[in-house]
Every structure is written in structure tokens, then in C-alpha cells.
Write a protein that binds this ligand. Structure first.
Ligand code: CTP
Ligand code: MG
Length: 226
């Protein structure tokens, strides 16, 4: 099924110390890995949301690819996503029921199988999120030391892309009642009364967050064709 995609790439990368979408993996910008995975998997259009100072750089990073457009992001991830959704609406790229995948640029290794699972799951849900079970033992802790264990059963690590129908996610973000922005789109859709389901995530879909994450990413990228 055809779908639309928003790739959010407007963050500052404060924990990594670099603007992650523009860092190179196997010589290719992280942003290009992410966008190309979506286009290869059948995205009709990909809206890339970037900081205003990066708008002119997107063309270089995505040279030779077609089916994308770039817009300016906002101060928070939720605002950036909303601007991407606005661009889809404004350009009449999709109808209210069209599936939209919202993806972190900082997750470059996106496999088509994950996308297929998400689109399938949207058949009878308001949203779908790829997730992996928590594997480490989880403990509370503070300056005083180690606290209680937290039961791992039923705890997941959520990844992106997150999938919704265009009108559902746009309304949920616009009507978000919280003082602070939602953690992700799934939280907003749930707050609006929607049912969001989990599909199997992928270990390769980890988010580049800290400098160390680039070591793993380089190793993975070396085994793939950029
Ligand atoms: N993002 C965005 N707009 C923002 C904040 C984040 O588009 N205002 C995007 C980032 O570019 C990234 C994704 O959301 O692709 C996930 O965010 P995160 O990993 O937190 O990236 P940064 O916010 O850039 O990093 P940090 O929190 O370490 O500053
Ligand atoms: Mg951030």
C-alpha cells in the first residue's frame, strides 16, 4: 500500500555532539539512509523536516533521489512533526485516511519488513509502533544507591516509524492537552482516545543518541550498500 512519510531531522543532537542527520555513515549522510529506506519501501512522498539553517543542505544530502520535499521544523519534535503533516495537507499529497509513517532521521537502518508490519497493523488500529521487549534487568536508583527492581514483563522500547492515518495523528497533535509536548505521536493519539498497537521492532532500528552509537552504526553500514 502507498503511504506518506515524515522524517524529523530538526533536532540539535545535544547528546551526540553532532547534528545526527548530517553525520556520515559509510560516507553517506544519516538522513539519506533514512529517506532512501522509506522511498525504497514505497513511500509516495517523504517530507523531511529540518532546522532552518539546514534547508539548503537537504538537496545535497538527497541528490539523485526523487519523491521528497523539505520544510522547516519547530522547537520540539512534536512541532516538527506537525509542520511535516501540514506540508502533506497543504500540498494535497494525501487524503484523511492515507497512512503516514513518522520516522526519526536518527534511525538510519529501517527494514522494509518493519514498514509492512506497521501498514498491516493499521488495518484495525488507530496507530502502530514498532517495539522491542526490554532485555536488561530494570532497577530504580538514585544518589543513595540501588532501589527496587522493576518487573520487565510488559515493558517495551518504542522505536520509529510510527504509523497512523493522516487525519488521526494531525488532530491528536493539534488537540494535545498536555503542558509539555507528547513524547511521541503514539502518546498523543492515545490521549485522543485512539488504540495504538505494537508490532515487532528491529534491533537495527536503534536510535543514534550518543557518540558511542555511531560505532555500531558504522559497523552495520559497512556491510550494506549505501
Ligand atoms: N527532532 C526534530 N525536531 C526537534 C527535536 C528533535 O525534528 N525539535 C528529531 C531529531 O532530529 C531526531 C528525532 O527527532 O531525528 C529524535 O530526536 P532525538 O534523538 O532526541 O534527537 P535530537 O533532539 O537531535 O538529540 P538530543 O535530544 O540529544 O539533542
Ligand atoms: Mg531530542
Amino acid at each position: 500500500m502507498r503511504f506518506q512519510a515524515v522524517v524529523v531531522a530538526a533536532g540539535s543532537g545535544s547528546r551526540a555532539g553532532v547534528e545526527k542527520p548530517w553525520a556520515a555513515l559509510a560516507g553517506v549522510p544519516v538522513l539519506r539512509w533514512s529517506v532512501r529506506a522509506l522511498l525504497d519501501a514505497g513511500a509516495a512522498d517523504v517530507v523531511v523536516v529540518v532546522g532552518p539553517h539546514r534547508l539548503a543542505d537537504v538537496g545535497d544530502a538527497l541528490a539523485g533521489l526523487t519523491g521528497w520535499r523539505a520544510v522547516e521544523g519547530g522547537a520540539t519534535r512534536a512541532e516538527s512533526v506537525l509542520r511535516g503533516l501540514d506540508a502533506i495537507e497543504a500540498a494535497d499529497l494525501a487524503g484523511a485516511d492515507t497512512p503516514v509513517l513518522i520516522h526519526d532521521a536518527a534511525r538510519p537502518f529501517l527494514e522494509r519488513a518493519v514498514i509492512d508490519r506497521l501498514i498491516d497493523a493499521l488495518g484495525d488500529a488507530d496507530g502502530a509502533v514498532p517495539a522491542l521487549p526490554a532485555v536488561d534487568s530494570l532497577r530504580r536508583g538514585d544518589e543513595a544507591g540501588l532501589g527496587d527492581s522493576v518487573d520487565r514483563d510488559g515493558l517495551f522500547r518504542a522505536q520509529t516509524p510510527q504509523a497512523f492515518r493522516l487525519a488521526t495523528v494531525r488532530a491528536a497533535l493539534t488537540d494535545w492537552p498536555g503542558e509539555t509536548p507528547p513524547t511521541d505521536e503514539a502518546e498523543a493519539v492515545r490521549a485522543a482516545g485512539g488504540r495504538v498497537v505494537l508490532v515487532a521492532g528491529d534491533p537495527r532500528l536503534f536510535k543514534l543518541t550518543y557518540p558511542e552509537d555511531f560505532i555500531m552504526a558504522e559497523a552495520l553500514a559497512a556491510g550494506l550498500t549505501p
